[in-house]
Design a protein around this ligand. Structure first.
Ligand SMILES: NC(=O)c1ccc[n+]([C@@H]2O[C@H](COP(=O)([O-])OP(=O)(O)OC[C@H]3O[C@@H](n4cnc5c(N)ncnc54)[C@H](O)[C@@H]3O)[C@@H](O)[C@H]2O)c1
Length: 257
């Protein structure tokens, strides 16, 4: 899909990997970038900075009606939705057995609601618009891009909820790709390793160094613009479909850092 014809919706678009993707697509001449996020202050700042190609709608991705309304606002402004990246997520540190007792199920369910239901909410609303798009010469109408994590494969101690939620995104990729193939909508997932975003702001330097040391090469955190470049490739190149791509400089996560 050509970037200049693309209207991209990004959940979690006000920070980190989502923000970098928004900046990249605006730079590359996308037709529109629709940002959904709970962080209205940051979202509005970004919208003002990026100009008329960017629309921010304060949205809780766990709320299906709010997501539908936000995507309709994007269609009203830009005329279509061609691509979606679901970068909004929460970590929810959780062990099965804590010093204070067993896993708090409210925490577990919140992580699943935001990370899994939130992804499906954005996908369902986006796909409903995509199937109405005029097809490209090859019959393509859209692409849905889930954001998983290395934790889906080598979840660390304390990541019960987060790992389960990220594995769920990997799990729904194939059935959705199969379901939407006849409509010309691709479905792929990217599973990043460690990327330099605000989620690591509170992590001590010693832990960050240990994290970088388990990468093959380069032994450093990824830059958000490197993630955005990969999203561009996933949007542009129609041969990407039905897969989860680990994108992590070859990291194999140990049980803990
Ligand atoms: N940064 C990394 O190293 C890394 C590694 C693996 C996976 N990931 C995944 O990449 C994605 C982006 O991560 P990031 O590092 O940019 O995180 P981030 O915290 O910088 O950005 C996430 C954004 O999601 C928003 N958000 C949270 N809950 C929301 C909700 N209910 N509705 C709407 N917006 C909501 C937050 O306000 C925030 O702006 C996440 O899915 C994360 O799990 C990141």
């Amino acid at each position: 899909m050509k970037i200049e014809n693309t209207v991209l919706v990004i959940s979690g678009g006000a920070s980190g990997l989502g923000e970098a993707t928004a900046r990249h697509f605006v730079d590359k001449g996308a037709r529109g970038v629709l940002l959904l996020d709970l962080n209205a202050t940051r979202g509005r700042e970004l919208e003002a900075e990026l100009g008329g190609t960017c629309l921010f709608v304060e949205t809780d991705i766990a709320d299906p009606l709010a997501v539908e309304r936000a995507l309709q606002a994007g269609v009203d402004r830009f005329g279509a939705i061609n691509a979606a990246v679901t970068a909004a997520a929460i970590p929810g540190p959780s062990k099965l057995l804590n010093r204070t007792g067993p896993l708090d199920m409210a925490t577990f369910e919140k992580v699943m609601r935001v990370n899994v239901s939130g992804t499906v909410n954005v996908f369902r609303a986006a796909a409903a618009h995509m199937v109405a798009n005029a097809p490209t010469e090859e019959g393509e109408r859209g692409v849905l891009i889930g954001v998983s994590s290395g934790a889906a494969f080598e979840g660390q101690i304390g990541q019960v909820a987060y790992s389960a939620s990220k594995a769920a995104i990997t799990g729904l990729t194939m059935p959705l790709a199969r379901e939407l193939a006849s409509s010309g909508v691709r479905v792929v997932t990217v599973a990043p390793g460690a990327f330099e975003t605000p989620i690591y702001d509170a992590i001590p330097e010693a832990v960050r160094s240990r994290m970088a040391s388990v990468l093959q090469f380069p032994k450093r955190f990824g830059r958000p613009d490197e993630f955005a470049l990969f999203i561009e490739e996933l949007v542009r190149n129609p041969m990407h479909n039905a897969r989860t791509y680990r994108f992590d400089a070859g990291v194999i996560l140990p049980p803990s850092f």
